[in-house]
Write a protein that binds this ligand. Structure first.
Ligand SMILES: *[C@@H]1O[C@H](CO)[C@@H](O)[C@H](O)[C@H]1NC(C)=O
Length: 276
């Protein structure tokens, strides 16, 4: 069912035999009947179709939605619709997926400037500030995405929130050496003290469930502490700066002022919010 829907949509964009789909103002009725997975595919494909052109250096995100953007880049390279793409993956997982699709890869070491980066997010606030890193790739995502001219975020509407924090814990990547001390230093910051509970991520680094007994280890050999907030974070930019200042912190999952546009899949269609 998933596959047949997707191929119908793809055909719809090219084949005139499917103009009855074209004539609808939105795909809403179809989208309502589709699964979460199909929505992820729709926004992942749209991001590539709208923002990736031949000759670009492209940042490839990590996670279940970004997966489809990577898939689309591979597909369009194979068909010849896209040419001369160089891609920079944001995780070992994404690197492996891109390699399996034959997408040519480079690194920031040779290419410090990207034309576009596409990635998912765990939460999006009304000003398009993001929480990222539920999947554990926040450091590589940030080092790559901060170098992109355009940063395109792809989410379903469940990720939209009024304020970052309560809906999704803020991940912070820290070095393992004396991590309990570093966690305490973070918890005592003005933006954090009395407001959040720092929890060391256990088990798999790729999710924030305690699915093991040992500390989760990132692609970079570090640990992650997830900051659980009860109330919305008032000033995510300032909080990010405070956290970044703690010795032992590698990077945090607050992405403020970075998004160019957010493509949102909702029950009544796809919408795009552009940063002001
Ligand atoms: C988004 O981040 C900016 C700083 O980049 C901050 O001024 C603004 O208040 C944030 N938006 C929300 C809704 O928290």
């Amino acid at each position: 069912m998933r596959i047949s829907f997707a191929s119908t949509l793809l055909l719809a964009s090219t084949a005139s035999a499917f103009t009855h789909i074209h004539s609808r103002p939105t795909f809403s009725t179809r989208i309502m009947a589709t699964s979460q997975e199909e929505l992820k595919k729709l926004v992942g494909y749209k991001a590539v179709d709208d923002y990736v052109k031949s000759g670009m250096v492209v940042g490839l995100g990590t996670g279940s939605t970004a997966y489809y953007a990577v898939e689309r880049v591979g597909e369009k390279l194979k068909s010849g619709e896209l040419k001369d793409i160089l891609a920079i993956p944001t995780s070992v997982r994404t690197k492996e997926q891109a390699e399996s699709l034959g997408i040519p890869l480079v690194t920031l070491d040779t290419h410090s400037k990207l034309d576009v980066a596409i990635d998912g997010a765990d939460e999006v606030d009304p000003e398009l500030n993001l929480t990222k890193g539920g999947g554990g790739a926040l450091f590589r995502e940030k080092i790559v995405e901060v170098c992109a001219d355009k940063f395109i975020v792809i989410v379903d509407e469940s990720k939209l929130c009024d304020g970052l924090g309560p809906g999704f814990p803020i991940p912070v990547e820290i070095v393992p050496f004396c991590h309990e001390h570093t966690m305490r230093m973070i918890g005592d910051l003005p933006s954090c003290k009395g407001k959040c509970k720092p929890v060391l991520r256990l088990g798999s680094a790729a999710n924030n469930k305690a699915d093991g007994d040992e500390p989760a280890v990132t692609d970079n050999g570090n640990y992650i502490v997830d900051l659980h907030f009860e109330e919305p974070i008032k000033d995510p930019m300032t909080m990010g700066k405070e956290i970044k200042n703690v010795v032992g912190v590698v990077e945090h999952g607050l992405f403020c002022g970075m998004s160019t546009a957010v493509i949102i899949a909702g029950s009544d269609g796809i919408s795009v919010k552009e940063a002001k």
